[in-house]
Design a protein around this ligand. Structure first.
Ligand code: PLP
Length: 280
């Protein structure tokens, strides 16, 4: 397949970066994953805003405009092998002698973009939902930055994989944060609850979207601290990410969530999500 690297479109197996790239050495970079349906990006404006926020948070000035990122992503969507695709964009602080402080003068950032097929959750997967375990959130205190430093997320996801489940629901000081690569939602007495947006979670693009969809579906929505006890007593748990879209969590630490079936709030939100995609 063809990837974009620093201004050129090259074969993936021929794309090369320096061993001194700060992304490789320090994990000094940020990324985005944008889903495209029928060759159209979904929630592009929101992704681009989050990208700018991430870049600002790590003080990385790329010299590129928002239009540049939008054009690059559309180009990769057009070149993708499938109509539904994922665009991965990664920007690092570039190549420099190994030193923690930023290079002076700044060097050109490394910009990498690739696409892959997006296989949407099937009807069967939507009914089967996902299985999760609970675990401690051992990541750093800037989880709001979509940084490529993902070791904490990788280790948490690996524990889940080794236990044969799909995701981990992480807790910090007994409060729900999020999954290792997804946001988590709790339904109690008909209300959709989300953890407060702060430095402890990544604001998924579906975070704002689900609030909107809940409103459209007439589902009360509230963002607040959610305790471990509340998660374990939830009527429903939902998971969202670009790849998962929205799915029900039907098993937590080996026990069924609610009655172990996709619940009514999930079904309402899911229907609105599908409508939103069809509006593209
Ligand atoms: N939280 C984490 C830690 C993530 O890595 C992701 C990304 O997949 C999300 C939440 C969900 O974000 P989005 O809805 O933008 O895919």
């Amino acid at each position: 397949s063809i990837v974009y690297l620093n201004g050129e479109y090259v074969r993936a197996d021929e794309a090369k970066i320096s061993v001194f790239d700060r992304g490789f050495i320090f994990g000094d970079g940020v990324y985005e994953v944008v889903p495209a349906y029928n060759r159209k990006p979904f929630r592009l404006t929101e992704h681009l805003q989050r990208l700018e926020r991430s870049l600002q948070s790590i003080k990385l000035a790329t010299g590129k405009t928002t239009q540049f990122w939008a054009d690059l992503m559309q180009e990769m969507i057009n070149r993708a092998k499938t109509d539904d695709s994922f665009i991965y964009l990664q920007i690092t602080r570039g190549v420099a002698k190994r030193e923690h402080i930023f290079p002076v003068p700044p060097v050109a950032p490394t910009i990498f973009c690739s696409s892959g097929p997006f296989i949407r959750p099937t009807a069967e997967q939507r009914e089967r939902g996902i299985r999760v375990i609970s675990g401690p959130d051992e990541r750093w205190l800037h989880c709001d930055i979509k940084s490529v430093s993902l070791l904490g997320n990788v280790l948490a996801r690996q524990v889940a994989a080794e236990r044969g489940v799909d995701e981990v629901i992480q807790f910090r000081n007994d409060f729900l944060t999020e999954g290792s690569l997804s946001n988590m939602w709790v339904v109690k007495d008909g209300t959709l609850l989300a953890p407060i947006k702060n430095h402890l979670i990544l604001e998924g693009i579906r975070y704002g979207l689900l609030a909107t969809l809940a409103e459209r579906a007439g589902v009360p929505f509230e963002a607040r601290n959610i305790t471990r006890a509340e998660v374990f007593a939830a009527d429903e748990i939902l998971v969202t990410s670009a790849t998962k879209e929205v799915l029900p969590v039907l098993e937590l630490d080996g026990a069924p969530v609610g009655n172990g079936q996709p619940g009514p709030i999930y079904r309402k939100i899911r229907a609105e999500y599908d409508k939103e995609i069809s509006r593209l």
